[in-house]
Design a protein around this ligand. Structure first.
Ligand code: PLP
Length: 353
């Protein structure tokens, strides 16, 4: 006998990037936005009647879903909101993958195997190619499929015709294709155009990156009304009110301020491409990124010492210990000023490969 369930003893939890107390650090380890959220967010939070906080929030986040639907050109019954896209992903695993064998690339968002083990999903991985590209034919050996696109931590984009092949394959096998688009705003392409044709495709997105609201915890899914109702069934079996009133108001204001988002996203993409050009020009391998981070080959064998040296200089970046990833560092794109400093340090510490 033990106090803990077998499940609690067996789980190997997701390990999030460090959240330091020292605010002087240049924090480039968890892909947050270096700019503040839209000024309209603070106004929207201030406008929430404080007396309303004694009442439970709108469980369906109706106004927020309508705003997301409007900006993405879909109908509101195709939108579901949750407490960060991590929660939306968890609900999706429970709704569409529990009891099935899920296929995913070997290098991808490391929460997927954790949710698989939490929700009784058999998890099969297909290696990325030597160039870190998704092996589409390999993934099509099974279904359902989970695909982070652009992928993390590589930052690489799988192009639309290939995503379409996965949508067709899963549809033909009565299974769901989950496309995790946490970084879609930084990418030239996304899977939205597939939704009018494929009832089986679910896209998840987040306000944590492009909308600078990681601290508010808001994520959403877009998909057919059938998939959205399945997510609601799971939500209502777990926590009917995942988004509080302040988060709903903040996210609605953020998504409607498309001009501000476009401006900050453009600045991040410019800083990203400039940094990558410098690294590549100096012979340091750096994958082409469609996200707000760069995956940099910092050492021929193990980049942990480079991560440590950067840390000593007050710069936090992410290192993954897995064999295939350990030579690389994932560097979130910060402000232009941050990136000047980081680029200089990377050029100094990375060994050309
Ligand atoms: C690929 C991917 N999906 C989902 C998430 C979760 O985002 P959040 O829970 O902040 O919405 C992240 C966060 O880093 C991510 O990299």
């Amino acid at each position: 006998m033990s106090y803990e369930s077998d499940l609690a003893l067996r789980l190997v939890p997701y390990v999030a990037g460090e959240q330091p107390k020292n605010v002087k650090l240049i924090k480039l380890n968890t892909n947050e936005n270096p700019y503040p959220p839209s000024p309209k967010v603070a106004e929207a939070i201030a406008a929430v009647p404080k007396d309303a906080l004694r009442l439970y929030p709108d469980m369906d986040a109706t106004a927020l879903c309508a705003a997301i639907a409007k900006v993405n050109g879909v109908s509101p019954d195709m939108v579901f909101c949750g407490n960060g896209s991590d929660e939306v992903l968890a609900f999706a695993f429970a709704a569409f993958f529990a009891g099935k064998k899920l296929v995913a690339p070997d290098v991808t968002y490391s929460f997927y195997p954790v949710y698989a083990s939490l929700f009784g999903v058999e998890y099969e991985t297909v290696p990325l190619t030597a160039k870190f590209e998704v092996d589409v034919a390999g993934l099509m050996q099974g279904c359902p499929i989970a695909l982070a696109n652009p992928n993390a931590p590589t930052g690489m984009l799988l192009k639309s015709p290939e995503v379409r092949r996965l949508a067709e394959h899963t549809r033909d096998n009565d299974a769901v294709l989950l496309v995790d688009e946490a970084y879609a705003a930084f990418s030239p392409e996304n899977a939205l155009p597939l939704l009018s044709e494929f009832e089986n495709v679910l896209i998840t997105r987040t306000f944590s990156k492009s909308h600078a609201l990681a601290g508010m915890r808001v994520g959403y899914a877009i998909g057919s009304p059938r998939l959205i109702s399945a997510l609601k069934r799971i939500r209502d079996s777990f926590n009917s009110y995942p988004l509080d009133r302040l988060a709903q108001a903040a996210a609605e204001a953020a998504i409607l301020d498309t001009e501000y988002t476009a401006k900050t996203v453009r600045k991040v993409c410019e800083a990203r491409d400039r940094c990558r050009a410098f690294l590549i020009g100096s012979g340091i391998a750096c994958l082409k990124s469609a996200t707000n981070f760069l995956f940099v080959k910092a050492d021929p064998v193990d980049a942990a010492p480079v991560q440590q040296k950067l840390r000593e200089e007050g710069i936090l970046v992410r290192h993954f210990k897995a064999d295939r990833l350990k030579a690389w560092l994932r560097v979130t794109v910060g402000t232009a000023e941050d990136m000047e400093i980081v680029t200089e340090k990377l050029l100094e510490y990375c060994r050309s490969v």
